[in-house]
Design a binder for this molecule. Structure first.
Ligand code: GUN
Length: 292
């Protein structure tokens, strides 16, 4: 039997539709329009594509998009001053600084300068700590999207064995925190993990976020497992994930494709977080169905 293909593209479109409806209602009932500021430093081509896509989808959802492009040699002080202005701007409900930043910039200092309530990426130390301790947080977009797909697929995750491959601050670590908060039994594997295939064989849930093209093979997978592929690797053969889709689909119960799986969920969750931040800033209840 071949695994079910989890269609993130369709799920994300539904999410964006829900968001647009709630944004329209917020305008009608309260005269408020959520605003997202995106800061891009330098001219990394992949980052430019992401930022353009974010801007387009923000506007399509009925929100205001503010783009700030700085040259690659912009200084720490200049960037901190910009963040300070965005923190003080009442029309800006969410701030995203596109990563990676140029090497001469202290990334941690920049991220932690973002007001916690406007940190729609959930990357500040404050939001990371809130997530880890079960307090109301802004949750990083990619892991949030993965969790939504997993809950939709499996319902209750309680007691499931989950293996997260990768320990980045953007995906692996917050993903592990979210799965743990849903009462899964969580293992975080990484490049130094011994006998990785054996570790993965015990998993009911696999989240692959290592950045190695097609590394995870079908014979690593427990029959019926749910596999979420966060990888986006550009190879000569085109865009591929961290999962070897064809062999994994022969064994898994369900698996996300690349492209069309997790990718579209990330920006949809960014829009969700921006709407959430806007509601909280205005003392309104959290938007329906967009938070955990
Ligand atoms: N670079 C790669 N992924 C991300 C992300 O989720 N947020 C930001 N700000 N930068 C990124």
């Amino acid at each position: 039997m071949v695994a079910q293909r989890i269609d993130g593209k369709v799920f994300a479109a539904g999410l964006r539709e829900k968001i647009a409806g709630q944004v329209a209602a917020l305008k009608d009932e309260h005269g408020i329009t959520p605003g997202l500021a995106v800061v891009l430093v330098g001219d990394d081509p992949a980052s430019q594509v992401y930022v353009a896509s974010k801007g387009k989808q923000t506007v399509a959802a009925g929100m205001n998009s503010y783009e700030h492009r700085l040259p690659a040699d912009a200084g720490q002080a200049e960037l901190l001053a910009l963040i300070g202005r965005l923190n003080a701007d009442a029309d800006v409900h969410g701030i995203l600084v596109q990563l990676p930043l140029p090497a001469h910039i202290d990334e941690a200092e920049i991220i932690n300068a973002i007001a916690v309530k406007k940190d729609v990426d959930g990357f500040t130390v404050a939001n990371t700590g809130r997530l880890a301790t079960g307090q109301r947080a802004m949750v990083p977009c990619t892991p949030l999207g993965c969790l939504m797909l997993l809950r939709d697929q499996l319902g209750d995750l309680s007691g499931k064995n989950a293996v997260v491959i990768g320990r980045s601050n953007i995906v692996g670590k917050p993903m592990a925190a979210l799965l743990l908060a849903d009462s899964a039994t969580v293992t975080v594997a990484h490049s130094r993990t011994k006998d990785l295939p054996d570790v993965v064989r015990g998993a009911d849930i696999v989240v692959a976020a290592v950045g190695r093209p097609q590394m995870i093979k079908g014979d690593w997978i427990k029959p019926g497992a749910t596999v979420i592929d966060v990888g986006i690797n550009r190879t000569d053969a085109g865009l591929v994930g961290d999962v070897d889709y064809d062999s994994v689909a022969q064994v898994a119960g369900a698996v996300t494709p690349v492209p069309g799986g997790v990718g579209p969920m990330t920006i949809a969750c960014l829009l969700a977080n921006t709407l959430t931040a806007c509601c909280r800033a205005n003392g309104l209840p959290d938007p329906e169905g967009l938070t955990l």
